[in-house]
Write a protein that binds this ligand. Structure first.
Ligand code: OOB
Length: 559
């Protein structure tokens, strides 16, 4: 009898037949695939520049050739259609070459952020049963070859490692580009196949894997590019890590390539690097998270760089305050576009020609007329118009299930296929969404999502930690920061040591608690079986009350 390991099966994403038919009939799903449209673009305008990064400038023909060479190389190395490949690359042209090569071969990229470390990478490798890992030799002071060696030790299923740059003991990606890809067909996939696995923000526990199909994702690219007015003259700057769904597809680098435009990659999001590239390459559009926008707004008035080519600044990933939103046009001379999206699907945009007040106050409206939105109260009943409630959604590009995760699927989806976003929103009379906050316990730290539960688990494995609860605290700059409440066991550890220790667990730096508060007990645990959620809410309220008491009283305002 053969035993099948469910995680080793090829990922799928299936909509009920009636929905799939509707989305095809409406023209949303057209059976297009990534491999095929890249070839079409390369045939239509071979000499147009597609990708710029560092000293490299690749035309569409060059990108297409590289994609074929990598596709041939990956397949010759023994990988088979449907196999998963972890992609752990920073913003360099190889990122785009590799994912286009994988698409062409019908291999499935699994996107990791450059900030992820061995603990997360091992989790993704196991969850996807990845057979290969592609990384840069080093980036921002971190050596990914060391991580690759550790990964190979921990996960023998990861048989192959390719490194961009100095490969050391591993295989060099550069050598794969030399493979003859002439015989490789433009695509090995169908529209309904899963194209890649994206990583969820991880609101409870560890991140989940999100299978997205060619049909559904290409629909968002096509519509996002249209909504954002992209065309062959557009120059998109990838300043945020492009493995993230926002700079990847809303419309991001993929939407830009789909529209025949030019993608400029910045290895770092800092304003200095970005401003230099905007001037040099005539960047017209970019996507930022609110804290980065704040830095840009502060530094733009004094820069010697010419930012005059910028037409659109997209901001999303976390809530943008109206005061900051108002400064975008006067300071940067560009139109603000708010973007409220999620790797699971639904993306909302303010439209470029919307009245200023809608652009400044709301997080936009959905991409598709077939995006179905529910706003429900705690009992699951629709709220009155204009009231805040839980956002649920389904539609032509919102997943119906995570990969190989029945318990998360049972929690996150209703029986009739709606995704519970965990966001609390209200709808304006114009049909635009205003994000009010999160119902769940994750921390949105400058657009990076951190699961309280995941960090608590790390803290609890420290010998001097008896109990731990991690909460979000409003932060002027980050939007939210993380605070860990710790009941020590025996001697109280030093906060700096605890942070160092957490870092040593091999997790992304943005997950290390920003603040640590020691307490002797959790008052509310006295009530039997109080939920972690209530406990976190209680601790958070206590901290905010204490902070408010330490502030000088607010001046009295007479009316
Ligand atoms: C984007 O995707 P994720 O998967 O990293 O995070 C999704 C969550 C949302 O559920 C919401 O809680 C929050 O991030 N969020 C926002 C927001 N955009 C995302 N909260 C308030 N205002 C916004 N504008 O973050 C993402 C994916 C595609 C496009 C844009 C963002």
């Amino acid at each position: 009898m053969s035993i099948t390991n469910p995680s080793s099966t090829v990922p799928t994403q299936i909509w009920p037949a009636a929905f799939a038919e509707r989305y095809r009939a409406a023209g949303h799903w057209r059976g297009e695939t990534f491999g095929a449209w890249l070839r079409e673009r390369a045939d239509a305008h071979p000499d147009a520049i597609a990708v710029i990064g560092g000293e490299q400038r690749w035309t569409y023909a060059e990108l297409d050739r590289r994609a074929s060479a990598l596709a041939a190389g990956f397949l010759q190395s023994g990988l088979q259609r449907g196999d998963r490949v972890l992609v752990h690359l920073p913003n360099i042209p190889d990122f785009i070459g590799v994912v286009m090569g994988l698409f062409r071969a019908g291999l499935i990229p699994v996107y990791a952020l450059p900030a992820h470390r061995i603990t997360e990478i091992e989790h993704f490798a196991r969850g996807s049963a990845a057979r290969a890992y592609v990384a840069a030799a080093a980036h921002a002071g971190f050596d990914y070859r060391a991580l690759a060696a550790e990964l190979r030790g921990r996960c023998p299923t990861v048989e192959q490692v390719w490194i961009s740059g100095d490969a050391g003991e591993f295989a060099a990606l550069e050598a794969l580009y030399a493979t003859d890809g002439g015989a490789v067909p433009a695509t090995a996939s169908q529209g309904s196949d899963v194209a890649f696995l994206q990583i969820s923000g991880g609101s409870t526990g560890l991140s989940k894997l999100i299978p997205r199909t060619h049909d559904d994702y290409i629909y968002t690219l096509r519509e996002s590019a249209r909504i954002c007015g992209l065309g062959p003259a557009s120059v998109f700057l990838g300043a945020l890590p492009i493995a993230h769904n926002f700079p990847m597809s809303s419309p991001g680098f993929l939407g830009t390539l789909y529209a025949g435009g030019r993608v400029v990659l910045s290895p770092s999001p800092d304003p200095e690097s970005a401003f230099a590239l905007i001037e040099r390459e005539g960047v017209t559009v970019t996507s930022l998270v609110p804290p980065l926008l704040l830095q840009w707004l502060d530094l733009a008035p004094a820069t010697s760089r010419d930012l005059g080519s910028l037409r659109t600044i997209q901001v999303g990933g976390a809530k943008l305050s109206t005061e900051i939103a108002r400064r975008v046009r006067p300071v940067l001379g560009a139109t603000l576009q708010q973007v409220f999206g999620m790797a699971e699907g639904l993306v909302n945009y303010t439209r470029l020609d919307d009245p200023d007040e809608l652009i400044i106050r709301t997080q936009g409206r959905p991409i598709s007329p077939d995006d179905e939105i529910l706003i429900l109260d705690d009992d699951g009943k629709p709220v009155a118009p204009g009231q805040a409630g839980h956002l649920l959604t389904r539609g032509p590009y919102t997943i119906r299930a995570y990969h190989d995760n029945p318990s998360a699927n049972a929690r996150s989806f209703t029986e009739d296929g709606y995704y519970r976003t965990g966001d609390v929103v209200r709808m304006t009379p114009e049909g635009y969404l205003e994000v009010q906050g999160r119902a769940g316990d994750h921390i949105n730290r400058a657009g990076e999502k951190i699961s309280a539960e995941e960090i608590e688990d790390h803290l609890l494995s420290h010998p001097q930690v008896f109990d731990a609860a991690v909460v979000s605290v409003p932060d002027e700059y980050l939007g939210e920061r993380s605070c860990a409440f710790i009941i020590p066991k025996g001697d109280r550890p030093r906060p700096a040591d605890l942070k160092k220790w957490i870092r040593g667990r091999g997790i992304a730096d943005f997950k290390v608690p920003d603040q640590i508060v020691f307490v002797t007990r959790f008052a509310s645990t006295a009530a039997l079986k109080i939920s972690r959620k209530a406990l976190r809410a209680d601790l958070r309220a206590q901290l905010l009350a204490r902070q408010a008491a330490e502030q000088p009283p607010a001046p009295q305002v007479s009316r």
